[in-house]
Design a protein around this ligand. Structure first.
Ligand code: ADP
Ligand code: MG
Length: 333
C-alpha cells in the first residue's frame, strides 16, 4: 500500500520543481501576497515555500496530508468550474509520501502558529504551538529519500535549478501583484516587489531591452469563447538576438496560463513560430493568459496538471496566428 502510494506520488511529483509549483499554487489559493521559496541542493535536500496567506486551521492539520483531502472541492460538479489551482487534494499527500514534511501555519484569529511533521500521508504527532506570523510555511526534507531511482534520474542539478527558476519566474510575471522571492542554496535568485508593476518585473527578470519594448496582446474570440491577453517582446532579427543584452534569458521565455494555471502547450509557440520564422525574426519573451470556457478545455489529462486538451485546438491556434500576423505586419509596416 505504501509502495503504491509512493509510486503514485512519484508521478504527481516527478521532480522537485513539480512540488514547488504545487506549493506555490496552494499559497496563491490561500490569497498570499508574499511567497518565499527556498531550496537547497535543487530541492532534493530541502525545499520550502512560505506565504502570508490565510493559513490552515489547527483542526485541519491532521487532514491536509491525507489523499483527496481538499478544502476546495465541494461537489463533483465543481470539477467543471474550477477557479482555484488545487482541487484534488493530492499534492501535500504525495509530498509526504516522498519526503519528510513539516508544516507551520497560523490563521489570523489564532494567538499563535501550530506546527506538525508528516510522513506517508499521516501526521506524526499532535500539532504543537510554534512561533509564526499569519500564513503557512511548508518544508520538505530529503525529497525522494525512499525513491532512489527517481532521485538518480535527476542528473543535472544545474538543469533542475534552472527549471525551478523558470517556474518561479512564470508565476512572478503572471502575478506582479504578488511578491515572489527565490533563494537557491545561499544566494537570492530574485525578489519581486509585488506592487503590481508588470514592466518592473520583466525588467528585473529579463532585462530592460525587453521590458522597454513590450507589445500588448489582446484578442477576444466570441466564436471560440476565449480571451487571449498578455505581452510579447518586440520581435528582433535572429542575428540581433544572438548579440542581445538580455543575458538573463537563458532561452526564450514563453509562458502560457490557461484559466489561471501555468501549462505546457503549443497554442502560443506554434503560431508564433509560424508567423516569425518566414521573416527570420525571433521573439525573446512572451507571456499570455488564456481564459477559455471551462467546457472547452480539459485540464485533468495528467497528474501534474501541466498539460491541457482543447476541444478546438486547431481553430484556436489559427485565430491566434492570424492575430499575431496582424500585430507583426503592423509593426514592421
Ligand atoms: P488541493 O490544493 O488540491 O486542495 P493540496 O494537497 O495541494 O490539495 O492541499 C491540501 C489542502 O491543504 C488544501 O485544500 C488547503 O486547504 C490546505 N493548504 C495547503 N497549502 C496551504 C497554504 N499554503 N495555505 C493555506 N492552506 C493550505
Ligand atoms: Mg494544491
Amino acid at each position: 500500500r505504501d509502495v503504491i502510494n509512493r509510486m503514485a506520488a512519484g508521478e504527481v511529483l516527478a521532480r522537485p520543481g513539480n512540488a514547488i509549483k504545487e506549493l506555490v499554487e496552494n499559497s496563491l489559493d490561500a490569497g498570499a501576497t508574499e511567497i518565499m521559496v527556498h531550496v537547497q541542493n535543487c530541492g532534493l535536500k530541502m525545499l520550502q515555500v512560505c506565504d502570508n496567506g490565510k493559513g490552515i486551521n489547527r483542526e485541519d492539520f491532521e487532514l491536509v496530508c491525507e489523499r483527496f483531502a481538499t478544502s476546495k472541492l465541494a461537489t463533483f460538479e465543481d470539477l467543471q468550474h474550477m477557479r482555484t489551482y488545487g482541487f484534488r487534494g493530492e499534492a501535500l499527500a504525495s509530498l509526504s509520501h516522498v519526503a519528510r514534511v513539516n508544516i507551520v501555519s497560523r490563521q489570523i484569529e489564532q494567538s499563535c502558529a501550530y506546527q506538525a511533521d508528516f510522513l506517508d500521508g499521516k501526521m506524526l504527532a499532535t500539532s504543537k504551538p510554534a512561533a509564526g506570523k499569519t500564513g503557512t510555511c511548508i518544508t520538505a526534507h530529503d525529497l525522494f529519500h525512499n525513491l532512489p531511482q527517481r532521485k538518480n534520474k535527476i542528473l543535472s542539478h544545474s538543469e533542475e535549478s534552472r527549471f525551478i527558476f523558470e517556474i518561479l519566474m512564470k508565476f512572478a510575471v503572471h502575478r506582479p501583484d504578488v511578491s515572489f522571492a527565490l533563494r537557491q542554496n545561499h544566494s537570492t535568485d530574485f525578489r519581486t516587489k509585488g506592487d503590481g508593476n508588470f514592466q518592473n518585473v520583466v525588467n528585473l527578470l529579463v532585462g530592460n531591452d525587453v521590458a522597454n519594448n513590450l507589445i500588448g496582446l489582446n484578442l477576444d474570440s466570441q466564436r471560440l469563447k476565449f480571451q487571449f491577453s498578455g505581452c510579447m517582446a518586440m520581435p528582433i532579427s535572429a542575428a540581433t538576438a544572438k548579440m542581445s543584452q538580455a543575458r538573463k534569458i537563458r532561452q526564450n521565455f514563453f509562458s502560457v496560463f490557461v484559466n489561471g494555471r501555468s501549462v505546457r502547450c503549443d497554442i502560443l509557440k506554434q503560431p508564433m513560430d509560424e508567423v516569425l520564422a518566414p521573416k527570420n525574426l525571433i521573439c525573446q519573451f512572451c507571456a499570455v493568459d488564456l481564459k477559455i470556457d471551462e467546457t472547452r478545455v480539459d485540464v485533468n489529462v495528467h497528474p501534474t496538471k501541466d498539460s491541457v486538451l482543447f476541444l478546438e485546438k486547431e481553430e484556436i491556434v489559427e485565430e491566434i496566428k492570424e492575430y499575431l500576423q496582424r500585430i507583426v505586419d503592423d509593426y514592421f509596416k
